[in-house]
Design a protein around this ligand. Structure first.
Ligand SMILES: [Zn+2]
Length: 278
């Protein structure tokens, strides 16, 4: 049963990765990823796979962690007996309310309450997700690990995530599955299922580029580090597509990379995405 649950979690991650790659670059060669997905599917019992697919079609997330004794997606309390069974991983368990497969995750990353978006006035465009405080014009980082660490640390110091170390660990685990780097020197390392708050991102620039582990060795110069609460999962793909579209223009990349203060970066980024992320 342990294996089935782990296969399900991995299958969902790969399905997300595939959707992300498609949103970012419809022409990207996805053969390897598609093959890995087929392989995982083949290893699952038919009934489990059927249920997974139905859940996924209906609401994109089919396998979700418990959070404070409740299903992290529909928020309904889960009976203690089921919680124990989920923790023990003895038998596949599902939420009695929404039917999603449940798993237990130690230390779910959280967004700090004090800095949630809840206290801000409603805004349009990019300001819903980030601010000048979350821009780094010159990353110190030389590696992917350091870049993710630097951006996570900034999110933590601004009160957007708790336990940056845990966030980094999860982002790198996702990165190890398939690189989040796409064309034009962009990379989108991220963490899903963050509790509380709204979708938030920090941006770092690295003129020299950082190796995000793409098969062809191309380097990433504009790095978006994104924390994604479960309810924003589907919206994330639209944001990703908007950002990729913005920076498919050479001039847009040049304008942003030339910024040398967080304020200039934020102003430029907001201006560039006015059309693509309304
Ligand atoms: Zn549920």
């Amino acid at each position: 049963m342990k294996n089935i649950l782990h296969h399900l979690i991995q299958l969902q991650e790969l399905d997300f990765a595939l959707a992300e790659q498609k949103a970012a670059d419809p022409q990207a060669p996805l053969k390897q990823l598609a093959e890995a997905i087929t392989q995982l599917r083949d290893q699952l019992p038919e009934a489990v796979l059927g249920r997974y697919q139905r859940l996924q079609q209906k609401n994109s997330l089919a396998v979700v962690p418990l959070a404070n004794g409740a299903c992290s997606q529909c928020r309904m309390a889960v009976p203690p007996g089921i919680i124990n069974a989920v923790r023990a991983e003895e038998e596949l368990q599902t939420c009695g309310h929404c039917g999603r497969f449940l798993y237990y995750q130690e230390g779910l990353p959280r967004q700090a309450k004090k800095a949630g978006h809840d206290h801000r006035p409603p805004q349009a465009g990019l300001a819903r997700f980030s601010s000048a405080k979350l821009m780094i014009p010159k990353l110190q980082a030389k590696t992917r690990e350091e870049a993710v660490g630097e951006l996570a640390q900034l999110l933590a110091s601004q009160g957007f995530v708790e336990e940056p170390g845990r966030v980094v660990e999860l982002a790198l685990r996702r990165e190890a599955m398939v690189s989040t780097a796409v064309e034009n020197g962009l990379a989108f390392p991220h963490v899903r299922n963050v509790e509380g708050g709204g979708l938030t991102f920090a941006v770092g620039l690295k003129e020299k580029g950082i190796d995000f582990g793409t098969p062809d060795g191309r380097l990433s110069k504009i790095i978006f580090f994104i924390v994604i609460p479960a309810p924003a999962s589907a919206f994330y793909l639209r944001l990703l597509a908007g950002l990729v579209r913005t920076f498919s223009e050479t001039d847009a990349r040049k304008d942003l990379l030339e910024c040398d203060t967080p304020e200039a970066m934020w102003k430029t980024l907001s201006k560039l995405t006015r059309q693509t992320i309304p």
